[in-house]
Design a binder for this molecule. Structure first.
Ligand code: ADP
Ligand code: MG
Length: 621
């Protein structure tokens, strides 16, 4: 409980004690009035003040206003105990709601908890603590066992296991050793690590994730916008109905007191607390629950869109496949195999593409990077560069070769991916690389179908043979091959056009050269968020681990969140409507009205908290 909550609780208790005493002693007249007034002011003073302040700010019709008018009115009618009771219950409800909201925030705070406090630097043989913000790129920092890794970097010395759970939801520790890159936010479990910092704090994984989560609540879903609009006309409508109820019937029926009392009851009932609170809270819980599973959702609008997923489009390399290519063969035309591989590795040395990283791994020897200049990356095709100041070298697929006017000799039908090399405008040979389908991909596609996704599609820049093999082995509905990044956008647009009503299209990629498609889809999901800035930035939903099947979790969680939102909306509106009607007819008194409102709020909040029960989700996945 926070300080303010404890304070409110204290006021409730004191006020309730005075209330009980006043009722028990059967005080009369002025004594009674003063006892209840004190009790009222202690518990409700804040609400009355808030109502007045809001009126001064031109915001007349809110729940504070409703409560104030209703309770002051009750006082005027001499219904002192009712006036105090209304406030008491209202405040109890508010405290309970605050506790519930904090509870759901706590899971996002788990994630927020990744903010590192310090980095250890070595100075004159001793470790000193420095703020992570002040450490520059290239500095060597030391992370002791039990400490959080403060900045992204590469391990220079030491071996250890890392706890990545706060970022990925993954409970298995990850082993790291010299040469591995590590990301901020993970906890170093076993050994001392010396890490060379590769990014300033503001560009680090932790800073990016925090920024993303903090801005998540700004993107409102349709349901939330609906609530805001609803509240805008609802409250004034209620206030005018109450006025009409108080003054119109008595004109010809008489009985002012009764009708004013009914109008006040009506006002208390009308307080839309449950509605206003439970919908955003449900989304909040959805985002929190997802983050516990290592899925970052950048706004509640994406929860809504995810829940309506009808078409899922996958990128191939690095998404459905491991993206860790093995070089299985090297075919030079007129130089040594190792020369061809070195040339390719040199040209690829600056790129982050999975193919580039794989070629570098295959070369596995020192490279003199000073030999390379003018590197140009053509997304979805390959790279060109100048090597040794004189030779222009191009590395890539068919269309890369076509772009520099080279026809690739026919290699027959190949199941693997071929990387062609050209030197000074002449064909110089090819390298055969092959990639593994992720074991998780098949499960992902299968489960997507089972949960009712209508169509699954593969888009790739690779050849038709490779695309067909993968799509057949995974059981995808369609595959489109030989695509440039811009072709992927137009294919996604074509698929968007064949969407059914109330259906959304999800694109899932690894964030390498597919930012335009990620943006074009209804929901762009990037995988492998750990360590990939591109993915974190371009996508609407980021899956922190390399598991396509997390998309299934995300869709199920989104559906569950939406059904809870709907339940809460329907429940709150119908109970409200019923009690309002009864109140207008004089069949419900102030006491029952308060119980109805607080009761609905609490039930709605409890319902929303169900989304957070992700432990059972994880087991099922
Ligand atoms: P995908 O659509 O499967 O994710 P990309 O669009 O990244 O793949 O790349 C499509 C094709 O372009 C690859 O299969 C490869 O032939 C070629 N290519 C792309 N980038 C590179 C690179 N850095 N080096 C060599 N070839 C590349
Ligand atoms: Mg790709």
């Amino acid at each position: 409980m926070t300080k303010t909550e404890r304070f409110t609780l204290l006021r409730i208790l004191i006020s309730a004690a005075i209330f009980a005493m006043a009722s028990f002693l059967l005080l009369r007249g002025l004594y009674s009035f003063f006892a209840f007034l004190v009790s009222y002011l202690i518990v409700g003073g804040g609400v009355v003040k808030e109502a007045f302040l809001n009126i001064l700010h031109g915001q007349v019709f809110d729940e504070n206003f409703l409560m104030t008018v209703a309770t002051i009115g009750a006082f005027a009618l001499g219904e002192f105990p009712e006036a105090v009771a209304v406030m008491l219950f209202y405040q109890v409800g508010e405290v309970l709601q605050a506790i519930a909201v904090n509870h759901s925030r706590a899971s996002i705070a788990d994630l927020m908890d990744i903010r590192p406090q310090y980095a250890n630097l070595m100075e004159n043989g001793t470790l000193i603590r420095t703020e992570p913000e002040k450490v520059s790129v290239g500095t060597l920092i030391y992370v002791k066992p039990g400490e959080r890794i403060p900045l992204d970097g590469m391990v220079m010395e030491g071996t250890s296991a890392l706890d990545t759970a706060a970022l990925t939801g993954e409970s298995m520790p990850r082993e790291v050793t010299a040469g591995d890159s590590v990301v901020s936010g993970c906890i170093n479990l076993s050994g001392m690590l010396a890490v060379r910092v590769s990014k300033e704090f503001e560009d680090s994984t932790v800073a990016k994730i925090l920024e993303l989560v903090e801005s998540a609540s700004e993107k409102k879903s349709k349901s939330e916008n609906f609530i805001t609009k609803f509240a805008r006309w609802y409250t004034p409508a209620v206030v005018f109905s109450a006025l009409a109820l108080a003054f119109l019937p008595p004109l010809w029926m008489g009985g002012w007191q009764t009708w004013i009392y009914r109008a006040l009851t009506f006002l208390v009932i009308s307080c839309p607390c449950a509605l206003v609170l439970s919908v955003p809270l449900s989304f909040f819980c959805g985002i929190g629950g997802a983050s516990k599973c290592g899925i970052l959702i950048k706004g509640s609008n994406y929860i809504e869109a995810l829940s309506q997923a009808g078409i899922v489009v996958f990128d191939k390399t690095g998404t459905l496949t491991e993206g860790v290519f093995q070089v299985t063969d090297v075919h030079p035309t007129d130089r040594g195999r190792s020369d061809l591989l070195e040339l390719a590795a040199l040209v690829e040395s600056v790129s982050n593409h999975p193919i580039s990283r794989s070629l570098l791994r295959a070369w596995n020897a020192p490279l003199d990077l000073a030999r390379v200049s003018d590197v140009k990356e053509v997304p979805g095709c390959g790279l060109s560069a100048t090597v040794d100041k004189t030779h222009s070298v191009a590395v890539g697929n068919h269309s890369m070769m076509r772009q520099i006017g080279i026809t690739v000799p026919d290699r027959g039908v190949r199941q693997e991916t071929l990387i062609h090399v050209a030197v000074d405008g002449r064909y110089a040979g090819w390298i055969v690389i092959s990639d593994q389908i992720r074991t998780d991909s098949r499960q992902a596609v299968e489960e997507l179908r089972r949960i009712g996704i209508r169509k699954t599609v593969l888009l790739t820049g690779d050849t038709k043979v490779v695309a067909d093999r993968i799509s057949a082995s995974l059981g995808l509905d369609e595959s489109h091959s030989d695509l440039l990044p811009s072709d992927k956008v137009s294919d996604v647009e074509a698929l968007l056009a064949e969407k059914r009503e109330q259906e959304t299209l999800i694109y899932m990629g690894d964030g390498v050269n597919d930012a335009p498609v990620l943006a074009r889809a209804d929901v762009g999901v990037a995988m492998g968020g750990l360590g990939s800035d591109a993915a974190l930035e371009a996508a609407d939903v980021v899956i922190m681990t390399d598991e396509p099947s997390k998309l299934v979790t995300a869709v199920l969680l989104a559906r569950k969140t939406m059904s809870i939102v709907r339940q809460n909306l329907i429940f709150a509106i119908s109970v409200k409507g019923l009690v309002l009607a009864l109140g207008g007819l004089g069949l419900v008194n102030l006491w029952a009205a308060v119980f109805a409102d607080v009761g609905v709020s609490i039930l709605a909040v409890l319902n929303a908290l169900r989304v957070l029960k992700v432990t059972s989700w994880r087991k099922r996945r």
